[in-house]
Design a protein around this ligand. Structure first.
Ligand code: CP
Length: 267
């Protein structure tokens, strides 16, 4: 298992054994960060799209491990405004840093950045495609709170079409014999290419727009916001805004030990 100098672009690039190994190391480091592990190393955080958790958690992790951080939280203060291409931004940034963490609105942008860069690139979200580090955290959360990853019944609620955290997590959990419940309006259901992957792996799944239909079956419910910024037509967004609510009445119809997750922000 080799991790040195590897990019983290898609959760597809990681085997089950590699994911389990990462979770083991995370568990060891959770309460005992190694203060000088990254001393002398510089992380560049290039965020072309808004973020609170992802950018600040990369920054916090780097600083707790003794490293330093440079970067930007909006492209509006960079030479992108003067027409600089993503490729050129990456070629510049690699001169100043040992690793790049990037978020960008375009699907595939992280892969392009990794092709340009001579240093490892970490994808902090590329459009509605993937969010692999969120998935590593989600796997860790599920493992800690449920005590296992194998054979869980997992519901995904909300915007499953544009929600990149859902896409990455579905792929990762597919290693662990899950049963999936995709709960969304037809227009925001999980894209067919993810279902094709599940079919090939003989993974059981159900699709519904009814939040309560399978509520008693679920071990974990993963709720997502409707991704306003990805809708080509703002009126379409208005149609789906607030369509699902996890409220007290919902909780009367679930297993006692159901875990509710949300990658945030809500709305
Ligand atoms: N979970 C997540 O990606 O949050 P941010 O958009 O705030 O980074």
């Amino acid at each position: 298992m080799e991790f040195k100098n590897r990019d983290i672009i898609s959760i597809n690039d990681f085997s089950k054994e590699e994911l389990l190994h990462i979770l083991k190391i995370v568990s060891q480091m959770h309460n005992k960060p190694k203060a000088n592990m990254l001393k002398g190393k510089i992380l560049a955080t290039l965020f072309f799209e808004p973020s609170t958790r992802t950018r600040l958690s990369f920054t916090s992790a780097m600083e707790q491990l003794g490293g330093q951080v440079i970067g930007f939280s909006t492209a509006s203060v960079t030479s992108v405004q003067k027409g600089e291409s993503l490729w050129d931004t990456i070629k510049m940034t690699e001169q100043y840093s040992d690793v790049i963490a990037m978020r960008h609105p375009l699907e595939g942008s992280a892969r392009l950045a990794a092709e340009a860069a001579s240093v490892p690139v970490i994808n902090g979200g590329d459009g509605s495609n993937q969010h692999p580090t969120q998935t590593m955290l989600d796997l860790y959360t599920i493992q800690r709170t449920k005590g296992r990853l194998e054979s869980l019944h997992i519901g995904f609620v909300g915007d499953l079409k544009y929600g990149r955290t859902v896409h990455s997590l579905v792929i990762a959990l597919s290693h662990f014999n899950p049963t999936f419940y995709f709960i969304a309006p037809d227009e925001l259901q999980i894209p067919e290419n993810y279902l094709d992957g599940l079919y090939q792996k003989k993974i059981k799944y159900y699709k519904t727009s009814d939040l309560t239909r399978f509520s008693k079956e679920l071990d974990v419910i993963y709720v997502t916001r409707i991704q306003k910024e990805r809708f080509p037509d703002p009126l379409e967004y208005e149609k789906f805004k607030g369509v699902y609510r996890i409220d007290e009445s919902f909780l009367h119809h679930v297993k006692k030990d159901l875990k509710i997750m949300h990658p945030l922000p809500t709305l």
